[in-house]
Design a protein around this ligand. Structure first.
Ligand SMILES: [Fe+2]
Ligand SMILES: [Fe+2]
Length: 218
């Protein structure tokens, strides 16, 4: 059973070591943010009634998601080449998305994390994408509403949309967060990443589809 294997591997994680590794890469404030995302992602996964191994996947991706966030842009661009990170032309243009992909590559190379669910949740925490796994959705949301550094009012508003063991309610939270992001970017004249737009379109289509009750639980 692949899930048993994943579960065994994830149980062997040394959280103290991971946190120490992270805090060497990041400022105190960013480390606090990452710990907040770990906590919120773990909480959301638990509230959704996910199995233990998915709770750990969410917490791990939450903890590590911004591990490359404080690398200077030239270093990020160099890391894309060094690690052979697969990114699109749009990712290279929307420079703020690079830390997500480079972070996943660093976690893979330096920490030997090879769980694709964890790595994808790290890769897509900035833009999201259509057909996100439940762990990806949770990490995306937790990144915006963790309680150490984010706006408590936003946390309250978004948390109200999320209901226990109702995985579809995560989509309402995602939509609310995307609406705010688009408003923010539009106001400042920034372009919207095509992957973000695709994720929004997929959510809208799903909301209006009669089969909107199907969920990806991977
Ligand atoms: Fe990030
Ligand atoms: Fe973050």
């Amino acid at each position: 059973m692949i899930n048993d294997t994943v579960s065994d591997c994830l149980k062997q994680l040394n959280w103290q070591h991971l946190t120490a590794w992270l805090s060497k890469r990041l400022s105190e404030k960013r480390t606090s943010h990452c710990l907040g995302v770990q906590q919120k992602a773990t909480e959301l996964a638990t509230r959704m009634g996910l199995p233990d191994w998915q709770v750990v996947q969410a917490g791990l991706a939450g903890l590590l998601h911004d591990c490359a966030k404080e690398m200077p842009v030239p270093d990020l661009q160099e890391a894309v080449n060094t690690y052979g990170v697969s990114v699109s032309t749009e990712d290279l243009l929307h420079i703020q998305t690079l830390h997500a992909f480079v972070g996943a590559a660093i976690a893979e190379k330096e920490l030997n994390i090879d769980d694709p669910v964890v790595l994808d949740a790290m890769r897509y925490h900035t833009t999201g994408r259509p057909e996100m796994s439940v762990v990806e959705k949770i990490v995306f949301i937790a990144d915006k509403i963790e309680e150490n550094t984010r706006d408590p009012q936003l946390t309250k508003e978004i948390s109200r949309l999320i209901h226990p063991e109702d995985i579809q309610s995560l989509d309402s939270a995602l939509m609310a967060l995307y609406t705010r992001t688009v408003a923010y970017l539009t106001l400042r004249g920034f372009g919207i990443h095509p992957r973000t737009q695709a994720a929004i379109t997929a959510l809208e289509t799903q909301t209006h589809s009669p089969q909107s009750h199907s969920h990806c639980l991977q």
